[in-house]
Design a protein around this ligand. Structure first.
Ligand code: SAM
Length: 326
């Protein structure tokens, strides 16, 4: 029904546009026609029935430990539409292949995840961390930090550079986790494509070089940049300061057996529904020390029942110990 109404709208757009094609701006209308045809083709390709998505989720649950039933419907649908288009087949055919081939299932799980990340993503948040979290960390003898959903590691390595500037690196243990094992292998290498990351280098200056009274921190202190080889390599000393593990926030609990002073989980929960987000905020609460802080993404917030367990300041959520819960 949705598909039919979409196709009808596109058809009317086409008819209306063609009425204008004989007029003055003929070329413009012809160009619009091409765009409408592309829209039409995409619309034909992408529609997936809700039942197919439910079947996909159920099959994946029955064959593996992955459970996408509480991912945000919209974003899961968008990812599956992309997968279907990229594989040039229906979701039903993808499901058939998944049943026969566990490697293919793993590949599809990886394709569902969105791995966008940046060096010093959202500089404003790093300035908040400097103001609100660094003073707390300075008081500790040992610091444990968990980057949940760390993707290829840019955020985690940014944190190590940041900590080093406050002389906190030596006493820090850092852990990066993600559901996507392939992206973790990339993270471990600490080598990124220059062309995809160059535009984020100014973030480095906004976070580490914003104070004109302080000596400038050069990129070369932490990264070897080669435009010729199209690489940004993280200083090997930083690579040795972190451990990466595969971890699924949906079903795995605290696999580390320690509590964390800081948990960074930015731009991950946005892909989950409210119920799952709340479960994970509870999990993080139990994984934080009493003085611990959780940092989430700019477009994320704690709104459900777990909100009473934290005190919010910008993107920083400070753990409220149990006896303080109002
Ligand atoms: C958009 S990236 C965010 C990366 C980084 N935190 C940042 O903000 O730059 C989201 C990451 O969450 C991971 N992810 C998605 N579902 C997950 C789950 N159930 N458990 C753990 N990680 C998950 C994805 O594989 C992806 O690497």
């Amino acid at each position: 029904m949705l598909k039919l109404s979409r196709l009808l709208i596109i058809y009317f757009m086409f008819i209306t546009n063609n009425k204008k094609i004989n007029g003055k701006k003929k070329k413009n209308y012809e160009r619009i026609n091409i765009k409408i045809v592309i829209l039409f083709v995409n619309c034909l390709k992408m529609d997936i029935a809700n039942e197919e998505i439910k079947e996909f989720i159920n099959i994946v649950v029955s064959l593996s430990t992955y459970d996408f039933s509480e991912y945000s419907e919209k974003s899961l649908r968008r990812r599956l539409e992309k997968i279907v288009n990229d594989n040039n087949c229906s979701l039903t055919e993808i499901i058939k292949k998944i049943k026969k081939n566990s490697d293919f299932l793993e590949k599809i799980v990886r394709d569902i995840t969105v791995n966008t990340t940046e060096i010093f993503r959202d500089p404003k948040v790093w300035r908040e961390i400097e103001k609100e979290v660094i003073p707390k960390l300075k008081k500790l003898e040992k610091i444990n930090i968990w980057h949940a959903g760390c993707s290829s590691g840019q955020e985690l390595y940014s944190m190590l550079m940041f900590l080093n500037e406050f002389d906190l690196l030596e006493k820090t243990s850092s852990f990066g986790t993600d559901i996507n094992s392939e992206i973790l292998e990339e993270a471990k290498k600490g080598q990124f494509k220059y062309r995809f990351n160059a535009e984020y280098l100014p973030n480095f200056d906004q976070v580490l070089n914003y104070n004109p009274e302080k000596e400038k921190v050069p990129y070369s202190k932490y990264m070897f940049i080669s435009q010729q080889h199209d690489t940004i390599k993280i200083n090997p000393q930083l690579l040795s300061k972190v451990e990466f593990y595969k971890h699924d926030l949906v079903c795995d609990k605290n696999i580390f057996g320690i509590k964390f002073d800081l948990i960074m989980c930015r731009n991950v929960l946005i892909y989950f529904n409210n119920n799952l987000q709340n479960k994970i905020f509870d999990l993080f609460w139990s994984c934080l020390t009493d003085e611990g802080t959780l940092i989430i993404g700019f477009h994320e917030s704690i709104m459900g029942p777990a909100a009473i367990k934290y005190i919010k300041k910008g993107q920083c959520y400070f753990k409220k110990p149990l006896n303080n819960n109002a």
